[in-house]
Write a protein that binds this ligand. Structure first.
Ligand code: SF4
Length: 455
């Protein structure tokens, strides 16, 4: 890798002005994190980073394949770049990420989007210097969609745009093959980073003053199982918690099938770990969970929730729900509502099922009507609004720890997330951004809390 980085530096040393790159990442935090690594490599080659796409010498779209609609949007964005390329033939256009790992997509881009110079899949990120050198030196298209090698590159530093919160991937890939999800096909099997590599990165971030560190993986709960010296995610959390510094730890995503009592105990014991878990339920019907190949039942899910609340009564859960999985009935959906009412999630990310070609679920002959799915979704949103309304009221009069990170829409107010992952706003000046403060909650809305900073 360094051989090609040096060769590219050599090319750029002859330029009067350093070239600029623009990168946009779509989709999940894992993809955003990959994008930070790509930018880190490009900076190492001599590129400056710009947010102005028209000023860029290199444009990269780091794509997501989870939803077909998002893919269509990317095609339209790539199409729009044709005019920029006509005006500036030296412009280099690259596509990477999950879409670039799908053979049919790559064939389509090669055939119909001839202005794209660079295509590399999720396993070829470390090959970027070589590929880019080929494009720069030979002015020919470079493509690498090689299959999964299992190798993790540890020598790529991320270019981080956020100076308050940082994400640290702890593992890559997924072994679960949920029937609606394309991720295992484009990101390969689970492989964990060695604990020392994770701990070193967290140490550096803590030393640099980051206030929140998000540990990332498609299923962090199965972290470490396949390492030569296996270690559980709970053990990793305990080790990270020992690192000195004024930072808090979050993690996502968790798979309920691998969530354990040991993990809940570790969260309870570790003062730096936020008392919140995003635990995707997807459905409250065991029949639908089986069709989704989720490998847990509602009973197993509730065991974790009940145990967490028995140890930490105020523990906050958020979740994902898919409404209208193929052939879901109203009875299945009603069971989902039941679980939602029992758990009292502080936040739900709900989606109407959308078919993803290439997955098992896409082959099901779906007889549930679109009208039913939309009606159920409205019902779910109403139920959740009542739960959030009442749930948030429990915080009024109490003091929460909030990391402020932005200006609120309410004039004179700034907002951030509490340890429970709830938006909290308070009257303050802009120096509050980047600080963790104690906020006494005075008001609850159904989307956020409001309060006064008391320390
Ligand atoms: S756990 Fe399931 S939904 Fe999550 S990435 Fe893996 S296959 Fe997809």
């Amino acid at each position: 890798m360094s051989e090609y980085i040096n060769k590219i530096k050599e090319i750029f040393s002859k330029k009067e002005i350093p070239p600029l790159c623009y990168l946009h990442s779509f989709g999940c935090q894992q993809n955003v994190s990959d994008g930070e690594k790509i930018l880190g490599m490009l900076c190492g080659m001599g590129y400056g980073v710009t947010e102005d796409i028209s000023a860029a010498d290199l444009i990269i779209y780091n794509t997501c394949a989870v939803r077909e609609n998002a893919e269509l949007k990317v095609y339209s964005l790539i199409g729009n770049l044709k005019r920029l390329k006509e005006n500036n033939p030296d412009l280099i256009i690259g596509i990477c990420g999950c879409m670039a790992q799908e053979e049919k997509t790559v064939e389509n881009i090669k055939k119909s989007y001839r202005h794209v110079d660079l295509i590399f899949g999720t396993f070829a990120v470390k090959e970027l210097p070589r590929l880019l050198y080929e494009v720069l030196s030979e002015r020919k298209r470079a493509v690498d969609i090689s299959e999964y090698s299992g190798e993790i590159s540890e020598n790529i530093s991320a270019y981080r745009t956020d100076s308050i919160k940082a994400s640290v991937p702890i593992m890559y890939g997924c072994n679960n093959f949920c029937s609606y999800c394309i991720v295992p096909y484009v990101r390969g099997r689970e492989r964990s980073r060695k604990p020392e590599a994770v701990l070193n990165e967290v140490r550096e971030l803590a030393y640099a003053g980051y206030k929140e560190i998000m540990l990332l993986g498609q299923n962090v709960n199965s972290y470490g199982k396949n390492l030569d010296e296996p270690i559980s995610f709970a053990e990793l959390l305990r080790e990270i918690n020992k690192i000195e510094g004024d930072f808090k730890i979050r993690f996502m995503s968790s798979h309920p099938k691998d969530a354990t009592g040991e993990l809940i105990d570790a969260i309870a014991e570790c003062d730096k770990v936020c008392k919140h878990m995003h635990l995707p339920l997807q459905s409250g019907s065991d029949r639908i969970l089986a069709a989704m190949n989720r490998n847990y039942t509602v009973e197993k899910y509730m065991k974790i929730v009940d145990y967490a609340r028995s140890v930490m009564p105020d523990f906050s859960f958020s979740t994902d729900i898919i409404v209208g999985f193929p052939n879901e009935t109203y009875e299945d959906f009603r069971q989902t509502l039941e679980v939602i009412k029992r758990v009292r999630f502080d936040n739900i990310f709900s989606f109407i099922y959308s078919k993803r070609t290439g997955t098992k679920a896409a082959e099901i002959d779906d007889r549930t009507s679109g009208e039913d799915k939309s009606r159920w979704m409205r019902e779910l949103l109403n139920v959740q609004r009542d739960i959030t309304d009442n749930g948030f009221k429990r915080f009024v009069g109490r003091t929460l720890t909030v990391l402020f990170d932005s200006e609120s829409k309410t004039e004179g107010y700034f907002s951030g997330k509490s340890d429970e992952f709830i938006i909290v706003e308070a009257n303050a000046d802009k120096n509050v951004i980047g600080q963790r403060k104690q906020v006494k909650i005075t008001k609850a809305f159904n989307w956020a809390l409001q309060g006064e900073i008391i320390g």
